[in-house]
Design a protein around this ligand. Structure first.
Ligand SMILES: NC(=O)c1ccc[n+]([C@@H]2O[C@H](COP(=O)([O-])OP(=O)(O)OC[C@H]3O[C@@H](n4cnc5c(N)ncnc54)[C@H](O)[C@@H]3O)[C@@H](O)[C@H]2O)c1
Length: 310
């Protein structure tokens, strides 16, 4: 029986390092077979997951010998951290290792949605020449409103400033004297809605942030402003957002995260026909480069914990 079980995708070189030191099962489809996973984990000392494996209840009970859980990402919503702590199981997130990927995702969505250049391909190759209808917008001089001004938001702010955007942010938990405010003007949530051309969310999901972007907020936004959620599903009211897009109350949106993930075809249907809308499957933090960084960081931590030389 394996000492290390990996249930979701991980960089192969990092997996090989683990395999050289310990008996290791790597099966990125195990997450979809919870009963089999519960059997495989019986002798495991380390469990490595992304955000889909629910590390709680039955799985934690089945893993009676677990010493650590490696999370190939940041959020710990899928892990019962309190239960792990009660059993002295260490939980390792990879704080910071994919911040840059998320920040670049936000900038990519901003340029895509303001400029709209990607929308031209079909009509141009069909022989249309839609110059006037494809007139896009510049980033320079636009106002970026950040909700939450932690690690990722600051990476976004630095890049947006470099592109000539004005940056404002709302974060009531960040002291007004914090040096981070040199990168952004400290404003209220109402001012974010009222002043921003682009709004990007960078808060955790909790009772204070659930449906922070709801019908009232969307209505208060400029009618050509765009909203990007690469934080957590549920911070935006997806149904209200779909309605706002279809009724042209806002200018566009990008969603990397959804209230229920994976999004089903039924739940996705409310977005059908939405213009200037980008939907991605929770990959803002997942790039070739961040996958390597994140995977090796977790391999280092697990090897150190289980007592092997890396
Ligand atoms: N889509 C992805 O692939 C992906 C990848 C990495 C992180 N994330 C998510 O991005 C989000 C931000 O991550 P981070 O590393 O920057 O976190 P962080 O902890 O560094 O920053 C979060 C900030 O939100 C602020 N905040 C908390 N409640 C708030 C509220 N009610 N209103 C305004 N601000 C509030 C906090 O004060 C903090 O400064 C998290 O939800 C994380 O799970 C998503």
């Amino acid at each position: 029986m394996p000492e290390i079980v990996i249930t979701e995708f991980m960089d192969e070189n990092a997996v090989d390092r683990l395999k050289q030191a310990f008996d290791c099962t790597y099966d990125p489809t195990l997450v979809d077979r919870p009963e089999e996973l519960a059997d495989v984990v019986a002798d495991a000392r380390a469990l490595i997951v992304r955000n889909r494996t629910q590390v709680r209840g039955a799985l934690l009970n089945a893993g009676a010998k677990l010493e650590c859980v490696g999370r190939l990402g940041v959020g710990l919503d899928n892990i019962d951290v309190a239960a792990c702590k009660a059993r002295d199981i260490e939980v390792y997130p990879v704080t910071g290792a994919n911040d840059l990927s998320v920040a670049e995702y936000v900038i990519t969505c901003t340029t895509s949605l303001l400029r709209g250049a990607y929308l031209g391909t079909e009509s141009v190759i069909a022989g249309d020449w839609p110059r006037q209808s494809m007139m896009g917008r510049e980033l320079a001089g636009k106002t970026l409103g950040l909700i939450g001004f932690g690690a990722i938001a600051r990476e976004v702010a630095g890049r947006a400033l470099g592109l000539g955007m004005d940056v404002i942010a709302y974060d009531p938990h960040l002291d007004a004297t914090d040096p981070a405010w040199q990168q952004a003007r400290n404003v209220s949530l109402d001012e974010i809605a009222e002043l921003s051309d682009v709004i990007s969310l960078h808060v955790p999901l909790n009772e204070s942030t659930r449906h922070l972007v709801d019908t009232g907020f969307l209505t208060a936004m400029k009618d050509d402003a765009i909203v990007i959620n690469a934080a957590r599903g549920g911070v935006v009211d997806d149904t209200a957002l779909a309605r706002a897009l279809l009724e042209n109350i806002i200018g566009g949106a990008a969603l990397d995260v959804f209230e229920v993930e994976p999004l089903t075809a039924g739940a996705g249907a409310k977005f059908a026909g939405a213009k200037n809308f980008i939907a991605t499957p929770h990959i803002a933090g997942v790039t070739v480069e961040s996958n390597v960084r994140v995977s090796h960081l977790i391999a280092d931590k697990v090897l150190a914990k289980l007592g092997a030389s890396a």
